[in-house]
Structure formats: C-alpha cells, structure tokens
Design a protein around this ligand. Structure first.
Ligand SMILES: Cc1cc2nc3c(=O)[nH]c(=O)nc-3n(C[C@H](O)[C@H](O)[C@H](O)COP(=O)(O)O)c2cc1C
Length: 208
C-alpha cells in the first residue's frame, strides 16, 4: 500500500473477529515502532504482548471499576455539542473493555521514563520520552493498517496504569502509554463518521 492509502485506511476499529494475528505480523508491527524518531537516540521501548481473551481479561481487570470515571472525563471534555463526536463516544464507551479482548491480542507499549514524575513535568521537554513513545505508536498503527489490520487503544485513567504495571510485572522506571489492540476487524465493524477537514482552512501563512 502506498503511504497515503495507509493514512486514509487507518481507522479506530472497536469490533473485531477472533481471527488470530500471526507472530510474524506482530513482529513487523513492533519493528515499525523502532523506526520512529526518538528523543534520546536509545529507543528504550519494551512491549508486553498478551494473547488470549482470558489472559487479557486478567490484565485489564482494573478497567471494570473505572468505566464511570472514564464517562465523567468524557462528559467534562464535551463542550462542543458536536454530533459526530458524541456518536463516536456513544459507540466507543460501552466497548472499551470488549474491544481490548475481542481480537485476542493486546499489546502494551512501555517506555523508559527518565524525568520524574511523568505527570508533573517541569517543562515541555520533560515529556519527550512520552512523546517519542507516541511517535512509535503511530508507526505501529500505520504498519498494522498496511497489514490489513484494525487498531484501537485505551488510555489508562485513574489508577489503571499503576495496577496494570503491577499485574504485568513491569520494572521500575517504565511507563506505558496505552492498551493497544490489533486485529482483523469484524465484518460488521461500526466506524463513526470522520471529520473532513480541508487542510487549507487550517494553514496560516506567515502569521495566524
Ligand atoms: C490521545 C488519544 C486518546 C484516545 N483514547 C481513546 C480511548 O481511550 N478509547 C477509544 O476507544 N479510543 C480512543 N482514541 C481514538 C479516538 O477516539 C479516534 O482516533 C477518533 O475518534 C478518530 O477516529 P479515527 O481514529 O477512526 O480516525 C484516542 C485517540 C487519541 C489520539
């Protein structure tokens, strides 16, 4: 696939079939992460790959009690009354746990965090390790798309991150950015309408 076709095809899928994603594909997709730019040149990324719905259920158990917190967060950020956005949330919210188990493959991308604490950055560059990990994640999303797969991720809220780090036995000094699912989309997978934005309308020449 041409890169621009991949960009068009990348979507957030929240409905998956149970068709297994091969280890070779997982390796290629994770390999793409190591091609992303990185702030410290070291690419200190590590990936916990969880296979099988039962194993995934154990890892994501901390999500169950947090769904209310997640809904509250969503309500707080909704200031726009935007129909497309609310249609996306109406579909996405009830699927947060299911979507992470359905394909039977969950990937947790960890990064080495050297400026502490992550959630109290002193300046913008304190977030460089976090930003590098997100660059790597986008590479993975695009690589998975090129493999004919769908992707979705859940951002940990409340105490989910700390609990999940304990469950997977993550070493000190590592944080993860999200819970990533990769899989073959279900035939009837629902895709919310995407916003269409004309780039010209967002480009400000010389000054805004
Ligand atoms: C920083 C960030 C956080 C997101 N968090 C979630 C999440 O927790 N759960 C979820 O289902 N989707 C999440 N999404 C996916 C967005 O809802 C999705 O990208 C958006 O609706 C646009 O749809 P598209 O990816 O199909 O283009 C997140 C996306 C980003 C970039």
């Amino acid at each position: 696939m041409d890169l621009y076709e991949v960009l068009e095809k990348r979507r957030t899928y929240r409905d998956y079939s149970d068709r297994e994603v091969s280890d070779e594909i997982v390796k290629r997709v994770i390999g793409a992460a190591f091609k992303a730019p990185t702030n410290d040149h070291l690419r200190q990324l590590e990936f916990v790959v969880v296979r099988g719905r039962e194993n995934i259920a154990k890892v994501i158990a901390p999500l169950a009690k947090n769904m209310e917190t997640f809904k509250q967060l969503v309500a707080e950020v909704d200031e726009s009354d935007d129909k497309d956005k609310m249609a996306m949330f109406a579909d996405a919210l009830p699927k947060q746990q299911r979507m992470l188990m359905q394909s039977g493959l969950l990937i947790i991308p960890f990064f080495r965090q050297l400026t502490w604490p992550l959630l109290k950055p002193v300046e913008q560059s304190s977030l460089n390790y976090f930003a590098s990990a997100w660059c790597a994640l986008e590479n993975m999303l695009l690589a998975a798309t090129a493999e004919g797969l769908g992707t979705v991720f859940h951002i940990p809220v409340s105490d989910e991150a700390e609990k999940i780090k304990q469950i997977v036995n993550a070493p000190e000094g590592y944080e993860f950015i999200c819970l990533l699912t990769i899989g073959y989309p279900a035939e009837n997978a629902f895709l919310p309408k995407q916003k269409e934005i004309e780039p010209e309308s967002r480009i400000h020449n010389n000054v805004w």
